[in-house]
Every structure is written in C-alpha cells, then in structure tokens.
Design a protein around this ligand. Structure first.
Ligand SMILES: [Zn+2]
Length: 51
C-alpha cells in the first residue's frame, strides 16, 4: 500500500459521478445535474433543490 498525503490528493468518491435529480424552485423544472454549482437548464436560475 502506498500512503498518499490526503491534503494534496483529491478524494474521488465514485458516488459523486452519478447525476442527481434536482428541481428548480423558480420554474419547477426537473432535471438531472452533476456538480456543486447547479443551475436550472431552463431558466438558468441557481435556485434549485435536490429532489
Ligand atoms: Zn428553472
């Protein structure tokens, strides 16, 4: 086993790569997105919630 410095290594959680479902509070659009800064593809609002 090779020990890596956790402060310099980005821990990649495989779960982060599956798209999550969100809905837009502004226009009630439902969509799937990936990442941390989610925007509604319909109205470009950042006012979205994880479904
Ligand atoms: Zn929207």
């Amino acid at each position: 086993m090779c020990l890596v410095d956790s402060s310099t290594t980005v821990d990649i959680d495989s779960g982060d790569f599956s798209p999550a479902e969100y809905y837009c509070i502004e226009c009630k659009n439902k969509f799937k997105a990936l990442g941390k800064k989610i925007r509604c593809p319909s109205c470009m609002s950042a006012n979205v919630k994880k479904a």
